[in-house]
Ligand binder design. Structure first.
Ligand SMILES: [Zn+2]
Length: 153
């Protein structure tokens, strides 16, 4: 199963910039509420000004529209649309997250030790691991800010 899921990625000896860009975008899409546009739209759907709100949000974020200018930048890579765009969803993202979670539990996708795993697999794990670390750091900083604010009162 693993070998099937990663066949496309393993065709290259290491991760392509394309894969990294797509994984970053898909991750951000999942972890940042700002890009969960469908969710937002269903939340405001019942409001009388729903149409206006949704249109305004879509216009501001360039949902579903590829623009000439960069709309979002992650790790020096520019994206020309809101990250909710279907072009920015990595087709193997679910498998990659599975791979990472299994690795965390001590299961390697291929027989042997860490040194026996294909380079791309370890790069994927490193990438997801750094994304988690970044997210945790951002959360900690947010909480720190919050607690220092309440202390100041
Ligand atoms: Zn959007």
């Amino acid at each position: 199963l693993w070998e099937y899921a990663f066949k496309r990625i393993l065709e290259v000896s290491s991760l392509s910039l394309y894969d990294i860009a797509l994984i970053n975008a898909t991750w951000t899409n999942f972890t940042d509420e700002y890009f969960q546009c469908k969710k937002y739209e269903s939340q405001v759907m019942r409001r009388s000004d729903a149409k206006e709100l949704i249109n305004r949000a879509r216009l501001a974020k360039s949902c579903g529209v590829l623009k000439d200018e960069v709309k979002v930048e992650i790790g020096h890579i520019g994206y020309h649309s809101c990250l909710c765009h279907e072009n920015f969803q990595h087709p193997s993202f679910g498998y990659i997250m599975n791979l990472y979670q299994n690795f965390e539990k001590g299961f390697l996708p291929f027989t042997g030790g860490i040194m026996d795993q294909p380079a791309a697999v370890m790069e994927l794990i490193d990438l997801i691991s750094s994304l988690y670390a970044e997210r945790d750091l951002a959360q900690q900083q947010k909480e720190l800010k919050k607690s220092s604010k309440t202390k100041g009162k």
